[in-house]
Design a protein around this ligand. Sequence first.
Ligand code: FCA
Length: 341
Amino acid sequence: MKTRLFWLATLVLACILSTGCEPSQLGESPDADASSPAEEKIRLGFLVKMPEELWFQNEWRFAQQCADKYGFGLIKVGTPDGEKLLSAIDVLAAKGAQGFVVCTPDVRLGPAVMAKARSHGMKVFTVDDQFVGADGEFMTVPHMGISAREIGRQVGRELYKEFVNRGWLTEETGALGVTFDELDTARDRTDGTIEALVEAGFARERIYLGAEKTTDIPGAFDAANIVLTQHPEVERWFVFSMNDEGVLGSVRALEGRGFSAANTIGIGIGAGTGLTEFEKDEPTGYFATCMISPLRHGYETTELLYKWVKDGVEPPADTRTAGVMAYRHDYKEVQKKLGLE
Ligand code: FCA
């Protein structure tokens, strides 16, 4: 037996030395992109709830930069509902992924996602939207999200500042808030704005809220139209929401009723969709945005997951990122400063 093994080993060695046999011919799995054939290639997933939204496309773009830098495989999948999310995890496992970053379409899917990931031995890192367990508490899964309440407060302070700048009268002004309270990071943002507006001295009873069914432009457009129909007496409007899409949908609804840049102050939260408003020749009611970082949420989450998978370095439990105000006149500089070009 020993002799046969010896001869087999000699044969294999001779084959490598003389003909340069590929590892796949020696029975190892072929892997075209592996830098070192002996090393098992790392593959990670990046799953997002709304792949059509610029925010998530930017997260993917920066995640890919991270994968290119370290030379691991990145599998990007849009997972707009629970069924797609759970089956995407199986697909990732079949492709040999060892973990994934996820912005879930529904935070209550947390326990199901974690159970499935565990069954495949995969590591999970949540981004933007944090998993909620069966007990209604946040789950302890490494997470990176925005400092939602503080960012919302920043929006409120800026709205009030511009209200004072323009010399508007409270009795002619209303604040339109498009909300999505079932998602914590969304509720914290709009609650923060309301809080800061009231603290600054704006009348609480002049803040009118409309709940959106979906966190995109059409969802906000519908929610805004209902509020605007109820308040035909308001002559000037503040607009706020959880994201740029919420503010843009509202600004479009206002435009449909004859409101423009002169009587609208809309401030978004994001780093993509709203910026196209600043590129238009004429200003619109979309006045500013609190710019958040898809670079940190895309690149850094992926990097933390990669190091966790590769070296066993546990990522921090909860990372919160800040926002920076950007206006029509300076958004390009802010983008540059945040490394978002
Ligand atoms: C949530 C929103 C996105 C973005 C992100 C940071 O997931 O749906 O639009 O604001 O948080």
